[in-house]
Design a protein around this ligand. Structure first.
Ligand code: SF4
Length: 351
């Protein structure tokens, strides 16, 4: 496996021309608080002369991250409230998240788990904690799907991934294993034969959910990495975060969604950005997001249409942001009805 080392400090980013001198001090303050990493594949993709470059905006620390609003939360989607054992999030009856690792090859500036991921984050599950997490899944026949997320599970070595898959493979009631990853676009060389083999388990169906936010992320190397996964018999779906200054434009979104489909990745989720700390500069209003998604309806094929999703703050699950479960109230706020029928204000009251 040939994964190249990326840039992980502001000094390295500055040396690569990605942080101008005038912004260096603020970027360093951001880096003290939130993890930083940009892979060589992305460094090569960034136009350092464009102050509005949509790739740089996703990965290069910015002074705006130093501003935390009252409604922003350290755990915006409520993982901790639904974590019965370390490494497991069990929000819905038939599926669990298995967070085996809290490290990523890149650190997205808008990350909803930014308080948990990174070298200083929650780390990798110990052998004992992994035993307990697997035992939790094995003891609950209602768990049909296990979603490996984190962190990015594809930073684990093929040997470790294979060991996890062998253990999940031995649990008869688990039918689907899903990986959430950014690796095929941010470090495509990592997707080699050994890694691909490690994602499979006998008798299970593997889905790979690819997180990408801009059509430029689909370089020739990224497209080839995606093709290797699909050609190996795994289904791929997409995840995109709707981000101001990155993809809050109908033409960009249409191009992105078409690019997914052209590469055999079925558009799945378009996430309204979460209330993660220091990310207000990325957030559209719900009304703006709804108008943008509406504009895609006649514009791109049904194959290209993702579900526009909002994670209800506090861990109440997902809601279709363009459905009748989301109602605008007289005060300009929204009321969100979760899958249990409970109603929540959005934005929520500050803690
Ligand atoms: S890859 Fe995912 S978990 Fe990692 S920093 Fe980006 S959004 Fe967060």
């Amino acid at each position: 496996m040939t994964a190249l080392r990326g840039l992980t400090t502001v000094a390295e980013l500055a040396e690569a021309g990605l942080v101008p001198e005038a912004k260096r001090a603020d970027a360093a303050r951001v880096a003290e608080r939130y993890a930083v990493a940009v892979t060589p594949a992305l460094v090569a993709l960034i136009d350092a002369d464009d102050p509005l470059d949509p790739i740089a905006r996703q990965f290069v620390p910015d002074a705006a991250e130093l501003v935390t609003l009252p409604e922003e939360r350290a755990d915006p989607i409520g993982d901790l409230a639904h974590s019965p054992v370390e490494g497991i999030v069990h929000r819905y009856p038939d599926r669990v998240l298995l967070k085996a690792v809290h490290v990523c090859p890149v650190y997205c500036r808008f990350c909803f788990r930014r308080e948990m991921v990174g070298p200083e984050g929650l780390g990798t599950l110990s052998a004992n904690a992994l035993d307990a997490a697997v035992a939790y899944i094995a003891a609950r026949p209602e768990i049909w799907e296990v979603i490996l997320t984190g962190g990015d599970p594809l930073v684990l070595s093929p040997r470790r991934l294979q060991a996890i898959m062998e253990r999940l493979g031995a649990i008869a009631h688990v039918k689907i294993v899903r990986f959430h990853t950014r690796v095929p676009v941010v470090d495509p060389a990592r997707v080699d034969a050994a890694l691909i083999d490690a994602l499979k388990a006998s008798g299970k169906t593997t889905y790979v959910a690819l997180h990408a936010n801009h059509p430029r992320e689909f370089t020739a190397d990224a497209r080839a990495a995606i093709a290797r996964i699909v050609d190996a018999g795994m289904a791929m779906i997409s995840q995109t975060v709707l981000l101001k200054g990155v993809n809050d434009d109908a033409d960009v979104l249409a191009a992105l969604l078409r690019t997914f489909v052209e590469n055999r990745v079925k558009p799945y989720y378009l996430h309204h950005p979460d209330l993660a700390p220091g990310t207000a500069h990325f957030r559209l209003t719900l009304a703006e997001g709804r108008a943008l998604v509406e504009s895609l309806r006649g514009r791109v094929s049904g194959l290209c249409q993702p579900a526009y999703i909002l994670d209800i703050p506090g861990g109440h699950g997902k809601v279709r942001a363009d459905s009748t479960a989301v109602e605008e109230a007289d005060d300009g706020c929204f009321r969100l009805r979760d899958f249990r029928g409970d109603v929540h204000a959005y934005p929520p009251q500050a803690d």
